[in-house]
Design a protein around this ligand. Structure first.
Ligand SMILES: NC(=O)c1ccc[n+]([C@@H]2O[C@H](COP(=O)([O-])OP(=O)(O)OC[C@H]3O[C@@H](n4cnc5c(N)ncnc54)[C@H](OP(=O)(O)O)[C@@H]3O)[C@@H](O)[C@H]2O)c1
Length: 323
C-alpha cells in the first residue's frame, strides 16, 4: 500500500512510519524536519502554507495518517487529499471528552466544543476530527482517540520515570516517594501498539471513532509493574495527597511532579476508558511490564534524569525532608 504520513519526524509519527515500512508498505512523509526512518520518502513542506500539499496531491494514496493538532492544517489536507486518497486516519486524543469524571465511559461520551486554537488541545482536536469527517465521511475516516502514550522514546517522562526511579534507588538506601493513594486508575498505551493500530486502520476495516488506550490498572499495580521491571525490591515512602500538594509536588507531568498521580477525583475517568470497541476491532496491547522494561532500557541511555516529569534526587530529598 501507498501510505502518506503527515508528520513522521516525531515520536509517534516515526514509530508509525517504521511499523508501516516493516509491514511492507510504501511510505511518504510530509514534515518540515528531515529525521524520518530509513526507507521512507520525505517531502519537506510547512503546513502553515496553503500550498504545502500541492506536490503530494498529484499522487494516489491508499491511506493518509495525520498527527496534527492544528485545525487549519487538517482542513487544507482534507481539501487537497480527498480526491486522491482512499482513507484518512486521524490521531486524536481522549482529551476531546467534555468530562473526565465518569469512569468506564466509551466513545459515545460528549466532547468539548471545537476551537481553531491549537493551544486549546482537546477542542482543537475536536475541530480536526470534524474537518476530516465532513470531507472524507464516516466510511473513509478512522479516528483514534489515544490515551496516555508510553514506551521507548517517551520524552514526556510519564512512562519512564517510575521504572527509572525504582532502578536508581537500588542500593542507595533511600526510599522512593510514592503517592499513598494507589487505588486510582491509570493506563498507558504502548507507542508501538498504537502505531500498529494506526497502520491497521490505514489498511482498512477500522472506520469510525475508537478510543485507543492502554489496559486500565490501578496506580498501585502500575508501581508494582515498574518495580518489577526495575528488578528493584526497594522501600517506598507513601505520602498522602495533602502532604504532596503542600510540599509543592505537581500531579501528572512536568517539573517536580509525580507522574500518573491525579489527586482530583473529577479526573479519574481520563485514565479509565476501556477501549472495548478498538479491542474488538483488533487492538493488541502488550503487557504493561514489557512496556516499562523497554522504556527503562531507553531511559538508561538518556543523558538527563528526570526529564519531562518526576522528582530529581534533590527534589525527592527536599519533599521527604519537608516533613
Ligand atoms: N503524548 C501523549 O500521551 C498523547 C496522548 C494522546 C494523543 N497524542 C497524540 O499523538 C500524536 C503524537 O504525534 P508525534 O509523537 O508524532 O508528535 P507531534 O509532536 O505531535 O508531531 C508533530 C508532527 O507534525 C509535524 N508538523 C508540525 N507542524 C508542522 C508544520 N507546520 N508543517 C509540517 N509538519 C508539521 C512535525 O514535523 P516537523 O516539526 O518536522 O515539521 C511532527 O512530525 C499527536 O497527534 C498527539 O496529539 C499524544
Amino acid at each position: 500500500m501507498r501510505i502518506l504520513v503527515l508528520g513522521g519526524t516525531a515520536w509517534l509519527g516515526r514509530t508509525v512510519v517504521q511499523h508501516a515500512i516493516d509491514a511492507g508498505h510504501d511510505v511518504t512523509c510530509v514534515a518540515r524536519g528531515s529525521d524520518v526512518p530509513t526507507g521512507a520518502r520525505l517531502v519537506r513542506a510547512d503546513r502553515d502554507r496553503d500550498d504545502a500539499l500541492t506536490a503530494v496531491s498529484r499522487e494516489h494514496w491508499d491511506a493518509v495518517i495525520d498527527v496534527s493538532r492544528t485545525p487549519e492544517h487538517v482542513r487544507r489536507a482534507v481539501r487537497d487529499l480527498e480526491p486522491v486518497a482512499d482513507r484518512y486516519v486521524f490521531v486524536s486524543t481522549v482529551s476531546v471528552y467534555a468530562s473526565h469524571a465518569e469512569r468506564g465511559a466509551d466513545e459515545h461520551a460528549a466532547v468539548v466544543e471545537p476551537s481553531d486554537d491549537p493551544a486549546e488541545y482537546g477542542a482543537a482536536k475536536v475541530a480536526c476530527e470534524r474537518a476530516v469527517l465532513d470531507v472524507f465521511g464516516p466510511e473513509r475516516t478512522s479516528i483514534a482517540r489515544a490515551g496516555l502514550i508510553g514506551g521507548p522514546g517517551d520524552h514526556t517522562g510519564r512512562s519512564g520515570y517510575w521504572p527509572w526511579r525504582f532502578s536508581r534507588a537500588v542500593g542507595s538506601g533511600r526510599a522512593v516517594v510514592v503517592p499513598a493513594r494507589t487505588d486510582r486508575p491509570t493506563s498507558v498505551i504502548d507507542v508501538r501498539d498504537l502505531a500498529a493500530w494506526l497502520v491497521g486502520a490505514a489498511e482498512g476495516g477500522r472506520a469510525g471513532v475508537h478510543d485507543v488506550t492502554g489496559e486500565v490498572v490501578t496506580l498501585g499495580q502500575h508501581l508494582g509493574a515498574a518495580r518489577a521491571a526495575a528488578g528493584a525490591d526497594v522501600p517506598v515512602e507513601p505520602l498522602s495527597d495533602e502532604v504532596l500538594l503542600a510540599r509543592g509536588v505537581a500531579p501528572w507531568v512536568g517539573e517536580r511532579s509525580l507522574p500518573l498521580w491525579i489527586p482530583d477525583d473529577d479526573h479519574q475517568g481520563m485514565n479509565d476508558r476501556p477501549a472495548d470497541r478498538a479491542r474488538s476491532a483488533g487492538l493488541r496491547r502488550r503487557p504493561l511490564g514489557d512496556t516499562l522494561a523497554d522504556v527503562l532500557a531507553w531511559e538508561q541511555l538518556q543523558p538527563v534524569h528526570p526529564h519531562g516529569a518526576g522528582l530529581s534526587d534533590d527534589d525527592e530529598e527536599a519533599v521527604r525532608a519537608a516533613g
